[in-house]
Design a protein around this ligand. Structure first.
Ligand SMILES: Cc1cc2nc3c(=O)[nH]c(=O)nc-3n(C[C@H](O)[C@H](O)[C@H](O)COP(=O)(O)OP(=O)(O)OC[C@H]3O[C@@H](n4cnc5c(N)ncnc54)[C@H](O)[C@@H]3O)c2cc1C
Ligand code: SF4
Ligand code: SF4
Length: 1008
């Protein structure tokens, strides 16, 4: 009985569901929303599974397999779901190991080996190994979210595979379950003593197959290191030189979950590479000469040789932060760079770099020679610059991936590997093929292995482009075969490449693959349709954009016109997610804090974007956009905007969330608590009048409990209080201190202090401090008061509740009041990042046009203003010079980080004498506006803070300063540690040298 492959069973009946729920301790999901989130990976394909299992332990995996067998369903294992070829999408059950099966079970430091569970993420594993001076050396680009189970499944290869080999070369043994439910444990085999277990017959059969096919394997398997296509039946052939026994685990590696389920992986570890590294950046005047040189450079024994082409250089140059890096290591205008890394220790590195110079000279290149001989080597010894260069290479790719047009760079021929002597002809001819089909590709990555990445731009919603994709693939693979290369050199087979095995390996080898599949999995239970019996790669019914894919028009609150498609471009913005999974990283950067706490695919940017795409395109049923499931999907998004900056394609989920809340509120209204918080800026005097009650509520648990029941405000959270002594705009024009030793009578400059709701009503000492500091530094400070007198507001609280129309009203009022100042050349300086940065971000999509752009261009955070002025030598603050030396631990607000302002924050803090600024390596504080106050989100909020921020605060010395610009961040720190963090403006104000009171210069409103 063969389970249906594609177009197979969609839904399970209720009896089957009930059994799965009963037998599995972990999670089991059958709802369309969850299944939809597991219907895609980082490929172009989409298949809706029947159910999703998230096992808590091995017994759950066994129970899922048992159920799949009983119900005649396919079963597909999954790790991070970052496969690019459709390996993890299928019908039947999807089993996600990445949430709970994440253990490092054994570590033998002396023997340099470890045993891990399949769901452990590579970078997490290496973090655990680092203190022991060891690592798992398969350094793939997706190491921040790829799991060891997935790496084994795909036989993944890192950029240093030249030195360390592929995953196969670093795995000692595997154990788990075969398709019939029996346990296996495969490792190196003693051919004279086969295991006397129930699998011995199978093993003998496989060894026979190896012996029988040895000649064909020798003739047809490409002789390149990067061959991950098909089954590793070469592992069944004892090495001719007797070098080691047959290792049956190696047959399973790269089998994409089609032969067995892995539950334990025994790996070989390597000593951490020397930190003494040197990069030789080889410059070439034309692309072909770089390709021709690659093999000569590889002969020098580098750890990697990575390509950056002229298009990438150009893309990087367009980003200011990378332009400086380029200036530091690029000479002239090369057409291609090869980044050659040596990591052998100082002396040997020196020797090899000298050899690199000699080789380039022997090849005829020299700086200043001009024309086709222009080139040479730039040495990079500074580790920081080397890291920036690596970052730059990645960023170039990201820009390419973030094209907003309907056509996108598509991955399908992007990891062919050819012997190095053919690299130049291969790249030339493939470029010609792209051009013949009216498209282009940018080349990058692993020149050392002849495995260059390239993605031609296609729009797979169009039949004609799907046809082009097939034509390009066929022509490319023909060429790869001609060069005796590998059509599958890194990312695996999945649906994209499996159908081409006959062309690449020949019929006898493919028959052997089928025999292997039958031997392990006669019923075709495990991940069917991959490697063998594959559907055509261009079957559109299996694609993310099948025929008939359409998104209905909707009237949106934000302007999405930077993208294409329905909803004025909202469709295109949502479809930007290509599932590469960068948002699943667990350390580094700040995206996506909710996922770091829950590890639930629902709570990661990717899960949210996929759910939105499916909802907008009607694949989750009618009105899915307004459903409770959609609200649940977005519930834990804290709107931190980290995805806007860190997602390689710039998926801006924070904005999308406000759009969805807006759409929902149009139908269902806004909940009382959300409305209450949204209206805070308008509460003013009423808020002050209620201040006593709020104070009482903060003291009396009974009242806090009542507030939780009535309004859903977490009882454990203290509430901010509107104060009687609130800040008044009149304070700006009142008498003010003048600089004690102002260098000249002329003011240093003029600015507008934009005072936000929270500073104004709840922490008035903060704007007062800023006013004092700015005046003391010699600036003319203006207030901007709108007609009618009600203070200005950025509209953020309305946005958080999805009340986009109200937010737009506020934005309009604010824009009107600030524009005259902007036109007068005065920057708008604000203290609260989430408010001030709304002027730079959301205003552009609330009120698109030149005026909003002008305001965005002139709005600065206090810290940015200080840093800018200090760097220009204008910010001369009379601060006491006798302050003790102190470390200032700075927690950046998410929006500060998303807007890339942290460097300025550090510079500004170090304007204070004696301060050594250290940015806390923290993500979101977890408060995120109203998020931390919600009874239903309080616990996640607290856990977010406990990830990095609160432990770092507790570890800080009592004498150290704690600085946080965000009002919510300070609140979370106070609630969680009882320590007080302060705004930089307050720290500065405290250190001001005594200043006589005088009337400040020209504090006026522009209306005057
Ligand atoms: C932007 C980008 C860059 C990439 N760069 C690289 C790179 O540098 N090098 C590289 O080699 N790859 C690269 N990849 C491909 C991919 O990230 C790797 O193959 C990665 O190892 C997959 O890990 P995963 O946890 O996401 O596995 P998944 O995609 O979830 O699964 C991979 C395969 O393993 C199987 N599998 C997972 N767990 C098990 C289990 N327990 N038992 C049996 N089978 C299992 C799955 O069924 C599937 O067939 C890249 C992908 C992207 C999107
Ligand atoms: S949201 Fe961004 S980072 Fe996450 S998977 Fe999608 S494209 Fe990648
Ligand atoms: S805004 Fe923050 S929480 Fe929301 S999806 Fe983006 S990174 Fe995650």
């Amino acid at each position: 009985m063969t389970p249906a492959l594609f177009g197979g069973p969609g839904m399970l009946d209720e009896t089957a569901r009930a059994r799965l729920r009963r037998d599995i301790e972990g999670e089991v999901h059958f709802d369309a929303f969850t299944r939809g989130r597991y219907a895609t990976d980082a490929s172009i394909y989409q298949i809706m599974p029947a159910g999703v299992v998230i096992p808590r332990h091995d017994r759950d995996v066994a129970a899922a397999l048992d159920m799949a067998r009983g119900m005649n369903l396919p079963l597909t294992m999954r790790g991070g779901g970052t496969s690019q070829c459709g390996q993890t999408v299928n019908h039947g059950l999807i089993v996600d190991c990445s949430r709970h099966l994440t253990g490092l079970l054994e570590l033998d430091v002396a023997g340099r080996r470890a045993v891990v569970e399949p769901g452990i993420v590579l970078d997490e594993l290496n973090r655990l190994l680092k203190p022991h001076g060891l690592w798992f050396p398969v350094d793939i680009s997706t190491g921040s979210r790829a799991t060891l189970g997935g790496m084994v499944g795909n036989n993944s290869c890192g950029s240093r595979s030249l030195r360390y080999g592929t995953t196969r070369d670093n795995v000692l043994s595997l154990s788990g379950l075969l398709a019939d439910g029996s346990a296996f444990d495969f490792g190196a085999l003693d051919p004279d003593r086969l295991p006397g277990d129930r699998h011995s017959g199978m093993v003998e059969h496989l060894l026979d197959l190896g012996r029988r096919e040895a000649g064909e394997i020798e003739a047809r398997f490409p002789k390149v290191q990067r061959r991950v296509g098909g089954y590793n039946i070469d592992a069944l052939v004892p090495p001719a030189d007797g070098a080691g026994p047959v290792n049956l685990a190696h047959l399973l590696i790269g089998s994409e979950g089609t032969l067995a389920i892995t539950t334990r992986i025994e790996i070989r570890l390597s000593p951490l590479p020397s930190s003494e590294k040197v990069l030789g950046v080889c410059h070439f005047p034309d692309f072909r000469s770089a390709m021709e040189a690659a093999r000569h450079l590889v002969a020098l024994g580098p750890t990697s040789v990575e390509l950056v082409d002229a298009t990438m250089i150009g893309l990087a140059r367009s980003i200011p932060m990378f332009a400086r890096t380029l200036d530091a290591f690029v000479r002239g205008t090369p057409a291609a760079l090869l980044l050659v890394e040596f990591a052998e220790g100082a002396e040997e590195n020196r020797r090899r770099v000298t050899a690199l110079h000699d080789t380039m000279a022997d090849l005829g290149f020299g700086f200043g020679k001009g024309g086709p001989a222009e080139g040479g080597v730039v040495e990079v010894h500074d580790p920081a610059l080397a890291a920036d260069i690596a970052e730059l290479r990645k960023a170039g790719l990201n820009i390419m991936m973030s094209m907003k047009e309907a056509g996108k760079p598509v991955s399908f021929v992007e990891d062919c590997a050819v012997p190095l002597e053919h690299l130049a002809d291969y790249t030339d001819r493939l470029t010609a093929i792209f051009r013949a089909h009216g498209t282009e590709g940018t080349w990058y990555a692993h020149a050392s292995e002849g495995c260059l990445h390239v993605r031609p731009v296609l729009n797979l919603k169009l039949d004609q482009d799907v046809r082009k994709m097939r034509a390009i693939a066929e022509a490319a693979f023909d060429m790869v075969r001609e060069f005796k290369g590998s059509h599958s050199g890194e990312h695996g087979d999945g649906i994209v490449r499996s159908e081409f095995h006959t062309k690449m390996f020949g019929q006898p080898i493919v028959k052997a693959f089928e025999e292997v599949k039958r031997t392990f999995d006669p019923e075709g239970r495990l991940n069917p349709g991959k490697i063998t019996a594959a559907p055509p790669m261009d079957d559109r019914s299996l694609m993310r954009y099948p025929p008939g894919y359409a998104v209905a028009e909707i009237a949106t609150g934000h302007d999405w016109s930077a993208w294409t498609g329905a909803g004025g471009g909202l469709q295109g913005a949502v479809e930007m997610c290509n599932n590469n999974g960068a948002c699943r990283k667990l350390k580094g950067g700040v995206m996506c804090p909710s996922y770091r706490v829950t590890r639930n695919e629902r709570d990661v940017t990717r899960g949210r974007a996929n759910t939105l795409r499916l909802a907008l395109s009607g694949q989750l049923g009618r009105d899915a956009l307004f459903s409770d499931e959609m609200a649940e999907t977005l519930k834990l998004c804290v709107g931190c905007k980290a995805c806007q900056r860190e997602c390689p394609t710039g998926v801006d989920m924070a904005r999308m969330k406000t759009e969805v809340l807006y759409q929902r509120s149009k139908r269902m209204g806004v909940k009382p608590r959300d409305r209450l918080i949204a209206e805070l800026p308008r509460m003013g005097r009423l808020g002050v009048a209620l201040g006593g009650l709020v104070r009482l509520r903060n003291r009396l648990p009974l009242l806090a409990r009542a507030g939780e029941g009535l309004l859903g405000l977490a009882r454990a959270r203290s509430l901010p209080v509107f104060r009687r002594d609130h800040f008044r705009d009149a304070d700006v024009s009142a008498a003010a201190p003048a600089p004690t030793d102002a260098p000249t009578d002329a003011p240093a400059g003029e600015l507008v202090l934009f005072v936000d709701t929270f500073g104004r009503w709840m922490e008035p000492e903060l704007p007062r401090a800023a006013l004092k500091v700015l005046r003391a530094a010699g600036y003319v400070v203006h207030a901007a008061t709108p007609e009618g007198g009600r203070p200005l507001c950025c509209g953020r609280t309305y946005l958080a509740a999805g009340m986009i129309d109200r937010a737009r009203d506020e934005a309009r009022r604010t824009l009107r009041a600030l524009l005259p100042h902007i036109r007068a050349g005065r920057p708008i300086v604000g203290l609260e990042p989430s408010c001030l940065l709304t002027l730079r971000d959301e205003f552009l999509t609330l009120l698109p046009g030149e005026e909003a752009e002008a305001l965005a261009g002139g709005a600065l955070l206090f810290e940015e203003f200080v840093a800018r002025e200090a760097e220009a030598g204008r910010f001369r603050l009379p601060l006491r010079q006798d302050a003790p030396r102190r470390v200032a631990h700075i927690h950046g607000h998410c929006h500060q980080k998303a807007a890339g302002t942290m460097a300025a924050v550090k510079t500004a803090a170090e304007v204070v004498p004696g301060v050594e600024a250290r940015i806390i390596d923290s993500g979101c504080c977890g408060m995120a506006g109203a998020f931390g106050y919600g009874a239903e989100t309080f616990e996640v909020s607290r856990r977010m803070a406990e990830l990095d921020l609160l432990p770092a605060v507790r570890a800080a010395d009592e004498a150290d300063l704690l600085i946080a610009a965000g009002t919510s961040c300070r609140h979370q720190i106070a609630d969680g540690t009882e320590r007080r963090a302060r705004h930089l403006a307050e720290v500065m104000a405290d250190l001001l040298a005594e200043a006589p009171e005088t009337t400040g210069p020209g504090a006026t409103d522009p209306g005057e």
